[in-house]
Design a protein around this ligand. Sequence first.
Ligand code: FEO
Length: 385
Amino acid sequence: MNNITNDIYYIGVNDHEVDLFEGQYDVPNGMAYNSYIVVDDKTAIFDTVDGRFTEQWLNNITEVLADRTPDYIIVQHMEPDHSANLKNFLTKYPETTVVGNAKTFAMIEAFFEGITIANKLEVKEGDKLSLGRHELTFVFAPMVHWPEVMFTYDSTDKVLFSADAFGKFGALDVDEDWACEARRYYFGIVGKYGMQVQNVLKKASALDIQTICPLHGPVLKEDLGYYLGLYNTWSSYGVESEGVFIAYTSVYGNTKKAAELLKEKLEAKGCPKVAIADLAREDMAESVEDAFRYGKLVIATTTYNADIFPFMKHFILDLTERNYQNRTIGIIENGSWVPAVAKTVKAMFEKSKNITWTEATVSLRSSLKTSNIAQIEALADELLK
Ligand code: FEO
């Protein structure tokens, strides 16, 4: 097993069989369910793993502890990708003390009817647990992204066990860029709860952290300011990269032509980055992360069933339910008889904070006409102002 520090071991698993993570996210490079053990006078395990890895995970524990019985199992998060093996664990180790908060224990009852917990330690915010040399402090992180979530800080080795925060998609035996899949994970799963992430980042800023041990993705040891900085930008709905994201849907390719022409114009005028996606054909979670990454968004779609095209509707709902805000949005609308996109789209963002609509709107009737070129020029100019 991998050592993270002298006394902390990685005992998680990689999953390359999962079809959709959490029932909706495509994970081309699989997923890691992390779990850790602190070995001291007393031993403590942080979280179980997904239900399809019971044997492998229990073997990982034995590999580290041999015949020792774990003293504590700390439940930082009850979502089943981390808690599914709690009952199996207690069948093997009935004497181990389960550590959680009041909400954790209510959820354990809800997930595992009739579960027997012989030893239970209910903790409150700021409570400490000594393992001998290691002292753990519980830092509650409610709604990051479930109500019972708590982080744990080991002040001896200066390690923050951060539950889902700082996690990413992807198994640990695949080498890939951290930010890309961490951003897609963050905005997909945690994005709605920016304020709650900000609250826990404030608590974390008072701690001396040298290592972050999340429940997904790699253990973070170097350049922690980079990861903390990105989490601060993401959770405050700030702009990470200068540029424009053009999200389009197109039934026969006409709206696509307008979207691509806007991309060309923006690039020719020196826009630092233009990202573009066909929402019907590309991963929706990628488009959601790009909408949050850049400061400017262009929505290009058609009127459809007296509404807008379904993939665009889905995309906008994904943004608004994640508290999309602080952005400039432009619209390219297409309608063969009554174009109604601009009105419908603006109504969908009605409750979103601090949205600036461009004055220039591109309005197509069925196909891209010469008269639309000037509208696209004007939109490009306004987006670059
Ligand atoms: Fe990784 Fe919210 O579970």
